[in-house]
Design a protein around this ligand. Sequence first.
Ligand SMILES: Cc1cc2nc3c(=O)[nH]c(=O)nc-3n(C[C@H](O)[C@H](O)[C@H](O)COP(=O)(O)OP(=O)(O)OC[C@H]3O[C@@H](n4cnc5c(N)ncnc54)[C@H](O)[C@@H]3O)c2cc1C
Length: 255
Amino acid sequence: MIMKPSSATIVEIREETPSVRSFVFDRSFDFTPGQYVMVWIRGVDEVPMSLSDRNTITVQRVGNATRALFELAPGDTVGIRGPYGNGFEISNHDIVTIVSGGVGAAPLAPLAESAHDMGCDVMTLLGARTATELLFQRRFENSGAVRIATDDGSAGLHGLVTDLLDETAGCNIYSCGPEPMMYALLRRLDEAGFDLDHSQFSLHRYIKCGLGVCGACCIDPSGERACVDGPVFRGKGLIDSEFGRYRRGADGCTL
Ligand SMILES: Cc1cc2nc3c(=O)[nH]c(=O)nc-3n(C[C@H](O)[C@H](O)[C@H](O)COP(=O)(O)OP(=O)(O)OC[C@H]3O[C@@H](n4cnc5c(N)ncnc54)[C@H](O)[C@@H]3O)c2cc1C
């Protein structure tokens, strides 16, 4: 387990959408899609970010750490620990349905590519607030079929990405995005009698150490730690958990 950050130099910054940028580093990581790295923005904070490629993170600007990251330029450095966590599980020739919301596409685009390379039949349901915030549409299209939904109707279905879900028989379902979206998906699958062992969700929990030591990201009632036991969990384990109901914030209290 790598505990000490090592320096990585930013070699390229790509503007993916008005609020999302990819930061390409001078180092590659061996990773399973869904794994994350802890990114130390010196003097500001250390935050978890999924790898969107072997040498890349893809970041939405939301607060202090991500704002500071957006101020960096090629040639600047950050500290990196990882990759950490379990990542998504896929098998050769599966039927794969990906349900992506917003920046949740960051770990799902490499998953779609791996699944395609493994001979899986991949369908992506890609959602965003508005057309310009659709992330990695081309990467998903290169890996299989894509259907789109936007909150404002500027592209694809005017509505929720979960409304695009119809045929689930024989599918393995993979999701990352806002928790209300993933919870709506889980409920819908459960109500349809779908075997929830065939669904995997990447959870956003407040991760501090990334090593399974501090307990900041524990999930009720199992006590599983999102940082090492996750961040990817099967739907079956989530259906009777805190998922979709509450989570812990920075101080460990529930939100
Ligand atoms: C496993 C995992 C993978 C992630 N991958 C990505 C990614 O690929 N791209 C991306 O844009 N975002 C990703 N995130 C979310 C990202 O970590 C937060 O957006 C970031 O930490 C916000 O920091 P901030 O200081 O800019 O914002 P703040 O203003 O501090 O917080 C904004 C939001 O981010 C959350 N947050 C802040 N610090 C942490 C932390 N240490 N751990 C978890 N959440 C935190 C807060 O609870 C709040 O909901 C991931 C989160 C997890 C848990």
